[in-house]
Design a protein around this ligand. Structure first.
Ligand code: BJW
Ligand code: ZN
Length: 285
């Protein structure tokens, strides 16, 4: 990718000292993780994500909602960070004050080299009790029944645990509704550790995001439709306080109007090109 917009965005990035990278589902699209508003696949096609991602949906049918999240978590476990994730890590390596704020509930930033993104919408890997909020183990963290053979596994299992938790020893469950585990403390159903519509964002994460956006000297927004609030206000905070906003998205979004530069294209191609434009000697992933 080349062109005057890329050159201008590269100049802005090279001049920045405290950038914020704000990401949405498009960041992980090239890793094969469907975006939130993509059409769903398989037996989830007939469900609207906006209707499943609510406390009311979980109350009405916990197995349906838990099964959907478990299917998505398994998909994320199989996915790998893409060159866009590695380019974000390269920006942070070059500018250590970089704050990465994500709306994503996958763990691909961490696995791509950003150790501690600010998570606005929680994580697929942090289930908790729906009643008492006690953290619950992931189903794959449960020990396998004694004597369970591990197909294809070497005798000595001393290799490092993969990021995102240990690999399940049990066969993968069928895709579909799945009864959630019961809380070890109070017996209520365990729920995904994500933020659903109508729920407050974790206050520490939201405060950290607003503070970083208010103090940044460049905000790079990547792969978000900017339809969901309050997250969508983060780039607006930066712009209002005078920071240039650079957007990476194949299509226009409501943020176009506040952006100094709009880079139309996929994150996995545009971000490495942006890093190379800013620092021609960089290893852009
Ligand atoms: C690519 C690409 C490639 C494709 N490269 N790009 C103000 C106005 C109106 C409504 C509200 C408001 N304030 C609050 C609301 C209500 C509501 C809301 O925003 N509703 C709107 C839908 C209208 N917000 C809330 O309910 C929030 N809570 C709240 O406000 O609480 C108040 C409260 C206070 C105190 C006490 C109690 C309550 C909570 C919002 C939680 C959102 N959660 C979800 C689900 C998380 C779990 C899960 O994943 O299932 O978060 S919704 C979903 O949307 C998910 C995402 O993080 C979020 C954002 O989506 P994102 O990332 O932008 O994805 P997409 O799919 O929309 O877009 C992908 C983009 O990528 C597209 O633009 C593509 O073009 C692009 N793309 N390939 C780069 N290769
Ligand atoms: Zn409980």
């Amino acid at each position: 990718m080349t062109g005057p917009e890329l050159a201008e965005a590269g100049r802005l990035l090279a001049a920045a000292r405290r950038p914020v990278v704000f990401t949405g589902a498009g960041m992980s699209a090239e890793s094969g993780v469907p975006t939130f508003r993509d059409a769903q696949t398989g037996l989830w096609q007939r469900y609207d994500p906006q209707e499943l991602a609510t406390p009311a949906a979980f109350r009405a049918d916990p197995a349906l909602v838990w099964g959907w999240y478990e299917a998505r978590r398994r998909g994320v476990r199989r996915a790998l960070p893409n060159p866009g994730h590695r380019a974000v890590a390269a920006i942070q390596a070059r500018l250590p004050a970089t704050v990465v704020i994500t709306q994503n509930v996958d763990d691909l930033h961490e696995r791509g080299g950003v150790p501690a993104p600010v998570r606005l919408h929680g994580s697929l890997f942090a289930p908790r009790c729906s009643a008492c909020a006690r953290p619950a183990p992931l189903p794959s963290d449960l020990p396998p029944p004694a004597g369970t053979p591990v197909p294809g596994a070497p005798e000595a299992r001393d290799e490092a645990e993969p990021p995102g938790g240990p690999v399940s020893h049990a066969p993968e469950p069928q895709d579909g509704p799945l009864t959630p585990p019961a809380c070890a403390g109070c017996g209520a159903p365990v729920r995904p550790g994500v933020v659903w519509f109508g729920e407050a964002l974790p206050s520490a994460a939201l405060d950290a995001a607003v503070e970083a956006a208010a103090g940044c000297d460049l905000l790079l927004t990547v792969g978000t439709s900017a339809l969901v609030h309050p997250a969508a206000e983060i780039p607006v905070v930066a712009a209002r306080l005078g920071a240039p906003v650079v957007q990476v998205n194949p299509v226009p979004t409501p943020l176009d109007a506040i952006c100094a530069v709009n880079l139309r294209g996929p994150a996995g191609e545009v971000l490495p090109a942006l890093v190379r434009a800013a620092w021609p000697d960089a290893d852009a992933g």
